[in-house]
Write a new protein. Structure first.
Length: 185
């Protein structure tokens, strides 16, 4: 076998690693939300306390725990080679770091300006979603969930497992394969 034939065989083998995983990938991507809602509904039925009364920090933490639980279950479900195919963590290149920094800075600048312009135009505000970071529990929940857990879960479930499974089904050039990734929470 020549080196080129060996590389082709290896690529074909890698493309089969996640065959038959479309339904599990869809379920794994969708299940964190019901896993978050169900305990809250159950708690509300037993105690009579609404989700709004529980508080933002507790609701965010419930989503984080549900998401991490799905990641642990996915890790246990997939074989090692499947995990590496579904979650190909690689060190980012120089250009990726530059693009990340550029868009981070752009977001930090654009968001406050866009918020002020939207308020001046009379658009509805996000007051219902606003919370103060003066409370330590809320700050920890935001940092844990928004900075650590959410990006990890999004990368693994949507851009990793689900997108790789769709791409291995022949959707390499199809915009449909990117839709779940770009519409993720």
């Amino acid at each position: 076998m020549t080196r080129l034939q060996g590389l082709r065989w290896q690529a074909a083998e890698e493309d089969r690693r996640l065959s038959g995983h479309l339904l599990p990938a869809i379920v794994a991507s969708a299940v964190p939300v019901p896993l978050t809602i169900a305990p809250g509904v159950g708690y509300g039925l037993v105690t009579g306390v609404s989700a709004a009364e529980i508080g933002t920090a507790a609701n965010d933490l419930a989503y984080d725990v549900a998401s991490l639980s799905v990641l642990v279950a996915l890790y246990a479900f997939l074989a090692t080679d499947q995990w590496r195919t579904a979650v190909p963590f690689e060190r980012p290149g120089h250009s990726e770091c530059l693009w990340t920094a550029a868009f981070f800075i752009t977001g930090v600048v654009v968001f406050p300006v866009a918020t002020v312009l939207a308020e001046m135009a009379g658009a509805p505000t996000l007051d219902g979603l606003a919370y103060t970071l003066a409370d330590t529990r809320t700050l920890l929940a935001v940092v844990f969930g928004g900075v650590l857990v959410a990006p990890l879960v999004e990368e693994v479930l949507f851009r990793g497992y689900l997108l790789e499974t769709l791409l291995q089904r022949g959707s390499r050039r199809c915009w449909l394969a990117a839709a779940p990734s770009s519409s993720s929470p």
